[in-house]
Structures are given as structure tokens and as C-alpha cells.
Design a protein around this ligand. Sequence first.
Ligand SMILES: Nc1ncnc2c1ncn2[C@@H]1O[C@H](COP(=O)(O)OP(=O)(O)OP(=O)(O)O)[C@@H](O)[C@H]1O
Length: 749
Amino acid sequence: MNVFKLLSRSSKAAQSAPAQTLPSAGAVANPQLFGHDESATVSSDTRKNKKRKRGKDAEDTSAPLPADLDFFGTSKKEDAEPTIQATEMKQKRTSQLQTDIETNGKQEELEVEPYDEDESKRILRSHKLKVTVLEDFAPQEDEAQPEKKKKKRKKEEKVVEKKKHAKKQLFPQPLTSFVQLRTRYGISRRLADNLREQAYTLPTEVQLGTLPLLLRSRKTEQECQKGDSSAASASGAEYGGDIDLLSVAPTGSGKTIAFLIPVIDALLSEKTAEGDDGPRAIVIAPTRELASQIVNEARKLSKGTGLKATLMKKGMEVVERPEEEKVKSDEDGPRNSEEEDESASDSGDEDKAGQQKKRKRRRADKLKAAILVTTPAALLNALKQNDNTLASLPSVRHLVLDEADVLLDPLFREQTLSVWNACSNPLLRVGLWSATMGSNIETLAISTLNTRWTSLSSTNTTLPPRRPLIRLVVGLKDTAIPNISHQLIYAATEQGKLLGLRQLLHPTALPTTSSGPSLRPPFLVFTQTIPRAIALHSELLYDIPPEAGGSSRIAVLHADLSGTQRESIMTKFRRGDIWVLITTDLLARGVDFRGLNGVVNYDVPNSAAAYVHRVGRTGRAGRAGGVAVTFYTQEDIPYVKLIANVIRAAEKLRGVAEEDQSVKQWLLDALPTPTKREKQELKKKGVEARRSAKTDDGKNKARISTKSGYERRVENRKRGAKIGSKQRQEQEPRRKVEEASESEFEGFE
Ligand SMILES: Nc1ncnc2c1ncn2[C@@H]1O[C@H](COP(=O)(O)OP(=O)(O)OP(=O)(O)O)[C@@H](O)[C@H]1O
């Protein structure tokens, strides 16, 4: 029985789940979302052949599973790969392909002559890339005569006004193969090897557009010397990679390596001055999970280069602090729980020696780490000095804000800006990256850059010319990726949602809508709050049969768990031991689970941007077949239009015909449009009905449970009766003793 067929009173029965490729079912030949290049199909053919061969080898191990245990829906498919680990096989295959290309001497084919402007425009357009100069600070003409100054200023103001409306567009030389990173931009051989080891062959859109902007091309250098500067100007190469960048690209489109490659390359070519210690690049991410993922990527790319990437931890020393401060802080005691445990067992001299060792270790971290990846709060704590001021970080030349819109949102804004301002090097290059970027964030970024520049130039007269701020957008700004299918389901009540999720957990469940594919584990379930995530977890704990792994297959992850618990759950989920992970928005941003088949928004997200990021955990690197299910109840109706609009836009981008759209026009017309105030309230606190335990009428509509109020009352009465009877039983012997002793007492006669 399909519960949603009942709830939505649909007349069309869904007979069976349509055949479906899952993101976890293996590799993608082309990680790009738009303008697929035909050459990529070669690798897909090679892949098919290889897959079949391996399928033969593994015939005996792939016996079909009973339908009720076939959670991944793969037993019917001959050549599908069953788990997240399949991606590793893909890496090996594509790596082989890349090696083949190089050893067969075909590298020259990839090493194409620079595209002319028209070709560049065509490629960029087909990949839906738009590059704009937001602020240009090209050297101004000589100072005008004093009497002409007023007129000139007026003219300039007009120009600025015009510029606001018609910003200069750039057409960078598209990077069509990673081999060009070496041939065209001369990146370090080691870095190129590390990239190849990761089996990256085709650059994604964001890499195709940003890498040419952030790296310095050898060819354009020669062009500039020859005086052919018009091409260099149109492509942005005239800036020689010396720009501040604001990059908006879809979720899972490979932004991490797009910002890491230029940073690592620059660090390898930059000269370090004597005594110039401390981190030279800082990457800020909003959560520990994301920071740890970035540091892993950075380590893979900088392997063998001598550069060290470190994850900021409590107690780590980032800047040199005066000796008395160190002594004081050591006297204050250990600064994290691990140290606390260790130091508890130390005593006397051992204690001192141990502390010295720890101090050395912390300092070693500081001295060697060229790239520091951190959350804003962790770094801020490390920078705080005894007098409550912040130490500065003059060594930092590169600052990357990953998920910049959330980092500059009121929740993190103060912390992020404090760290940004602590990076006092006048040559600091800034990169802001995210899949969503409101215009308010752009304005804030511009004003921060301007304020910094004004204050720096007032104290330093020898500053080099101000670098421009460039914005790159891939696809439609603030839209969900086009390669996943969205299902927006009215579940009416909290109970309806729970029933719906239970049905999704069932491997033989019918698709939730007549047209959409069904959801298969592994998937993520998002709730609005931590207590709701915990409650949902305990409700569903026994829904997976023991033969399929039982309660160990389902877990909950939230910020109230310890760091070690969080890490262990993440590892198990990545390994494929956990199939359903219930979580809050903690995992909504940046976290990369390559083979995730779907996302369930058990509670509607707090904003359109939150929806884009949550559902973007599936369909990564161009993988198709991901499913995003969003339940909504009566309480959510005022806000659902925000999400419905995102789904419509994503399906339009994918070219879905009107009649096949999952959100019909009539629904869109019927849904109320939330006011600006409602949107702000929602973003800050979520849907009100789920915030508190009780609603105004004293009932708890937001409780996660399949039991009705009546059933719970009966249960409560039964429980009360049991407790009463137990108490009576306990009191009975005492009463008997008292009675007996009363009856035995014969009085004083
Ligand atoms: N050129 C490429 N070819 C194949 N896979 C790639 C390529 N670039 C990145 N990837 C893979 O794509 C996945 C997503 O990358 P990444 O986490 O950097 O995405 P993102 O754009 O930062 O996403 P989000 O907006 O969610 O943070 C990763 O598994 C990464 O290894």
C-alpha cells in the first residue's frame, strides 16, 4: 500500500519502480553538469567494457538478494556496483585512462592552442559560465587639474553608476583538460601527479572557469610581452591570477579542488622570508566535518610537495605569543579534553616534561602548517590574547571562505570578519565560494574589501595596485543541481511524515509518486532540531530487519555528540556500514558522500538556500539518479513555495517538460507567497510548530511518533496503573508486618 497514494488521493497507481541508475551504482564518465563534451563518451565506452569483464569475474558473489532485503536495488542489474566503495573502482579506471592518454602520446591533442575569443565564449556559454568583473581598480589616469576636479568626480560617479548596471564580462580561456594545468599554466609536476592520482580527467564547470582566472598563464604572459593585450584583457589573463574571487557554482561541482589547486601552486612558487612562519593559507569552513574533509583533500593534493595542511584543533598555537602568556595559559591548565585526560595521569617532573612536549608539538604544528583549515570559532579562540585583543596573522597570503554565504551570515559573520581582518598582509588574496550567494553577501564582501584597502593604504604608501574582484557563476544562481529528481510530498501531519519515511525505508516500497524514481539507501534524513533528530532515530531504530543489519544500519549525527562520536559515525556512513543517517543542518553544507542515493527533508528546510545545499548532498560530480524527497505538513504550507520555486527552476534547467514537472503550476499558484518577515523568521528559528514541545492549545503537534493522542493516553494510564500496583506490592509486606505486630501486641496488662 502506498500511503501517499492515499494521502494525495491520486487516481494513478504506480505499478512498479522504474529502472533506475543510482549515484552509488558506480562511476560517472563526465563530472560536468552542462554542455557535455563528446570526447568524454570514449571513457564511458571503455568503462562499460571493463565493467562487464569485472561483472563476469564477480559472478558468483552477486547472487540476487531477496526483494525485502535488497535495499540498494541492484540485484536485478548485471553490471551495477553495490556500494559507495564503487567510486574507488571508478577512480582506478579513470586513472588508467588518463595514463593511457599520456603514454600513447596523445597529450599534444589535449594541449590545444589557446581558444580564440569566440570559441572561448561558445564553450563558456555551453557550460553556463558567466564571469563578471564586480570591481575593477585598474590604474587611474593622472590627477586632473584642480579646477576640473569637480567635473571629473561627477563624471566618475556617472561611470560608476553605469558600471553597476553594465559590468564588464570576461571570457577566460576554458580549461578543458587537467593536462593543460601543466602545459599552459606550468603548475608543479608533483601537484599535477597528485591530481592524476585522484583520477580527475575532465575539469568540472567551476574548475574550467576559475582555474584559468586564478593561475598565471605562460602563453598570455608572452602575449602581453608582445603587446597583444586585448586577448589578455578579454580573458582576464591580464590580471595574472592576482584577483579576489567570488565563485558561485552548484553543489558537488568540485569547488574544493578549484580553490586548493591555485593555493597550493602559489604556495609552492612563493618565496618565504626568514622568520616568516605561521600559516600562509587559511581555509575557513562552517563545520568541523567540512573542515576535516577539506584538509584531507589538501593533503592528497600536496602530497610530496613539502607543504603541510593541518586541521585547526583546540589548543593549537597559530601565532607566536609572548612567553608570559604561554606560561600563564599553561598554568591555566590544559585546553582540551584529550590533554586533560593525559595530564591527569602526569605528576611532578613528568608533568612539566609532558607539558613542554605538548607545547613543542603545538608549536611544530604552527611552524610547519602552510595550509590551515579551520572553523571560524576555533581560529578565533587561538588568536585571542590575554587583553582580549586578537593577534594578527601577517603570514597569511591566501584566505578562502568555503560556504562563504553562511560564514558571512549573522550567525558566523562577526567571527569570520574578525579572522579576515586579522589577516593583516596587504597582499592577501581572498576567495569566497558557495553554491548560493545572496546579493547582500556580495555587498558585504565588497565593502569589507574596500574598508580593508582604505585602512591599509592610509598606513602604507607603497601598496601595489588594488586587485579586481571577479565573480564567476555556474548555471543559475541559487538553484538546485539539475541531475537529481525532486519529490515534494504533502504528508498532512507529523504522523503522516513518519509513515511516509517508514515506507521509504522499505526496499520494496513503490515510488512515492507515479513518475519519480524510488529512494534507496544510503540516504540522509534532515530534521529541524537536534531533539527531533534523536526522537526520529529512536522511532526508526528497529525498522531495518536484523537480517539486513538491524539497528546498526541507522544512526543519528548532531552537534551535541562528541568529536570522536561524530567522526566515527561519519566513517561508518562513508564505509557503507550505516545506510540511513538522521541529522540536522550540520551536514547540509559541503560534506561530500560520493555515492549517496538520496536526501529526505523530513522537516522542511529553513530557506531556499538550505534546500539547495541539503539536496546537493546527492548527485555529486555529475552523478545521476539521486532523489530528494521533501515532506510537508499543514504547518509548513506558508513556506513551501520557497522550495517549490527552487524545484521548478532546477527542473527547467534540466529541460523537464511542463507536464512532467514534479511541482505543477496549479500547486505553485495555490501556495501562499511568504512575506520577507516570514522568510526571516523561518531562517532564524525554523517552523514554529516544531520549535517548542507544546503548542498554544497545550498539545504537541510536533511530536515524532506514530501513536495517536488516544493511544498515548491509554498507554500512560496503563503505565500509571502498573506503577501504582508495583508501589502497592512494595507496601503490602510492610502493611502486613504492621498489622501482624499490631495484632500480636497484647497490651500492657
Ligand atoms: N574534475 C573532477 N572529476 C571528477 N570528480 C571530481 C572532479 N572535481 C571534483 N570531483 C569530485 O566531486 C565531488 C564533489 O566535490 P566538492 O566536495 O569539491 O564539491 P563542492 O562544489 O565543494 O560541493 P558543495 O557545494 O556541496 O560544497 C568530490 O567527490 C570530488 O572528488
